[in-house]
Design a protein around this ligand. Sequence first.
Ligand code: HEC
Length: 226
Amino acid sequence: MTCTVKAGLAIALVLVMGALGAVAFVGSGVYNIGADDHHTKIVLALIEQLRDRSIATRARDIEVPPLEDTSKIVAGARHYASLCASCHLAPGMTKSDIRPGLYPHPPSLAQEGVLDERTAFWIVKHGIKMSAMPAWGKSLDDAAIWDIVAFLRQLPIMSPDTYQELTKPPAAPQNTRGLIWSPPSTPTPAVRIDAPRSATPVVPVTGLPGLISLRTSQGLRAARFS
Ligand code: HEC
C-alpha cells in the first residue's frame, strides 16, 4: 500500500468516525434546543456561517430602487410600527414583552441599523429559519418591503419625536362647523363636510430624508446569540 493510499484511508476513517459521532450526538438528545439556553460555540459558528453565506449569496443581485422619497419612508414607518417594533424596538422604545424570550435576540434596529439595503430587503422578504424573524414576503408585496427598507435606513438617526410623528395614526376627520360628520357613503346631501379627502393625512416630516445610516462592518452581527 502506498503512502497516498494509506493517507486516503486514514482521512476516510476520520470522516466516518466524525459522521458517526455527529449522528450519535444528535440522536442522544443531549443538545438543549430551548430558547432560554445559549448555543455552544461550535453550533453557533456553524449557524452564523450558514446564515451569513446563504443571505449574501441570495441578496447580492437584488436591484435597489430609489429609496429617498419621503412618502416611501412614511409608509415604511407605519409598517414598522405595527409589524416590527415589538421585536426590534424603535426610537424612544427600549423594551417589549416578547424580546427577552427570543433567541437569537432580535437586533435593536433603532440603535444598530441595517447592513445594507439588499441584505435588509432579502431578510425582511424571506425571513430567517429557526429564528423568530418572519418572511414578510408572504403578506407584503415587494413595494411595501422596499418602503420598510427606505425607513430602516433612516431609523438609527431618527429622534423619538420624528418617529412618533411618522407613526401616529391618521387623524380623525375634523368637523369645524359644528355639524355631525358622516361617512361619505351615508346619504346626507345637505351637509357640507370639511373632512380631509384622503384618510391618510399629509405628515410634516422633520429631519428627513438624506440622513442615512447603514452599518459598515461586514457580516451580520454575532452578539445577538451571546
Ligand atoms: C417575532 C419577532 C420579530 C419580528 C416581529 C420581526 N423580526 Fe426581524 N428579526 C428577528 C430576529 C430574532 C432576528 C435575528 C435573526 C438571526 O440573526 O438569526 C431578526 C433579524 C432581522 C434583520 C437582520 C438584522 C441584521 O442586520 O442583523 C432585519 C433587517 C429585520 N429582522 C427586519 C425586520 C422587519 C423590518 C420587521 C417587520 C416588518 C421584522 N424584522 C419583524 C425577529 C423579528
